[in-house]
Design a protein around this ligand. Structure first.
Ligand code: PNS
Length: 161
């Protein structure tokens, strides 16, 4: 049996925190789909295809990882690719409430799909895409929190604004 997992998120943009969870998930599952989804409470900086392209670039060393954009419910994506597990990272207690809502709703929508949480590596537990964007916007150093390719794209975005 092939064990398939989905790492979902808005990835606007992908950070070293996301990458840590994706790399660890790829060691535990046979196949991992990174699903670039819409979070209706967030306004995006990068277009969905730009996010897919940058994730593909920074995960190219992971043979069992595939990136897909999906316009719909996470559980529908899981069923489309045959995944029975959703893997999310937990950074701190502050993430818990939102993650619990997400998990409970997804379970209501499809009780066959489990959500599994991995504690984010301590080195990355303070990183969020929103904070990275804010620092990049004001010209701060982001090389320690996102891969070089992503840092370059962020800098380019803000220079062209
Ligand atoms: O990286 P994020 O923004 O915390 O990820 C949240 C995301 C994109 C996984 C969530 O908003 C989502 O699943 N969106 C797709 C629509 C959906 O399935 N919503 C119902 C679950 S509450």
């Amino acid at each position: 049996m092939t064990r398939v997992a989905v790492c979902p998120g808005s990835f606007d943009p992908i950070t070293y925190g996301h990458l840590d969870i994706i790399e660890r998930t790829s060691k535990v599952f046979d196949k991992v789909y990174i699903s670039v989804l819409k979070n209706s409470s967030k306004k995006g900086l990068f277009m969905p295809q730009e996010r897919v392209d940058m994730i593909e670039k920074v995960t190219s060393h992971l043979d069992n990882v595939e990136v897909k954009q999906f316009d719909g419910l996470l559980v529908d994506f899981c069923n489309e690719v045959g995944a029975k597990a959703i893997v999310r990272g937990l950074r701190a207690v502050s993430d818990f409430e939102y993650e619990m809502q997400l998990t409970s709703m997804n379970r209501k929508l499809d009780s066959d799909i489990e959500t599994i949480y991995m504690m984010t590596n301590n080195n990355y537990s303070f990183i969020s895409s929103s904070i990275v964007k804010e620092v990049a916007k004001y010209g701060g150093k982001i090389e320690d929190v996102v891969p070089p390719h992503v840092a370059a794209l962020l800098q380019e975005k803000f220079i062209n604004r």
